[in-house]
Ligand binder design. Structure first.
Ligand code: ATP
Length: 227
């Protein structure tokens, strides 16, 4: 589904990613982990064409390392960005349909997934709690009917109950066969969901393996994730 090979990225003269390779197979969930500033967001920006990058990036059989962001998104990547970035003055329903594309995901299907959003569909997004805004950001991404969903900080800053709801929704999406690349700090929750971890350190891939091996490795957890 998604494959990066030897991808580097820079902000002007400042390099931020070095020779990153990773893959997300069809229906797989891959966790992108690492301490703050190690390059997780930059990896996502490189995939989406939002930062200057080089190397090979393949998505759904197409080479996208030279493609423009709007074209990459249209190939079927749905993004839940860090900080959610919902449109504050639009209603919940308007946020959902603003970037919707035809497919199995409809507004009603998103409301079934997040009943809370159905209750608040006529409210402007700025009146929502952080958790509700995150549900809206996920719903908005699903309504683009993506083949790959990317979440940058899936549950950051949210109350425990909302976090649990979001992890359960992600598990549901995985069981429906959606491919997911997810960044979060909750290693235990990620380990329960992800098929594989890719750990970044200073812009390079430092470790790849499954959640059980990561959780069992205290040195790795502490050294690379600060847990
Ligand atoms: P966080 O969880 O804090 O977002 P991250 O792992 O996502 O961390 P990145 O945001 O990808 O890390 O940052 C990787 C490196 O690139 C850092 O050294 C950061 O300072 C630098 N960087 C990020 N954004 C920019 C920018 N717009 N201009 C210059 N340097 C940047």
């Amino acid at each position: 589904m998604l494959e990066l090979e030897g991808v580097s990225a820079r902000y002007g003269a400042t390099p931020a990613l070095f020779d990153v390779s990773l893959r997300v197979g069809e229906g797989e969930v891959v966790a992108l982990a690492g301490r703050n500033g190690m390059g997780k967001t930059t990896t996502i920006r490189a995939i989406l064409g939002l930062v200057e990058r080089s190397g090979t990036i393949r998505f759904a059989g197409e080479m996208i390392a030279q493609a423009a962001p709007h074209r990459i998104a249209r190939l079927g990547i749905g993004l839940v960005p860090e900080g959610r970035l919902v449109f504050p003055t639009l209603t919940v329903r308007e946020n959902l349909i603003a970037t919707a594309r035809p497919g199995a995901w409809t507004v009603e299907a998103v409301f079934a997934l997040f009943p809370r959003l159905a209750e608040r569909q006529r409210q402007s997004a700025r009146t929502l709690s952080g958790g509700e805004q995150q549900m809206l950001a996920i719903g908005r991404a699903l309504l683009t009917n993506p083949r790959l969903l990317i979440l940058d900080e899936a549950t950051e800053g949210l109350a425990p109950r909302v976090r649990a709801e979001i992890w359960s929704v992600l598990a549901q999406l995985k069981s429906q066969g959606l491919s997911i690349l997810v960044v979060d700090k909750d290693v235990a929750a990620l380990a329960a969901l992800a098929d594989r971890f890719v750990v970044l350190q200073k812009g390079r891939v430092a470790w790849v393996g499954d959640g059980a091996s990561l959780v069992a490795n205290a040195k790795l957890l502490h050294g690379m994730l600060g847990v």
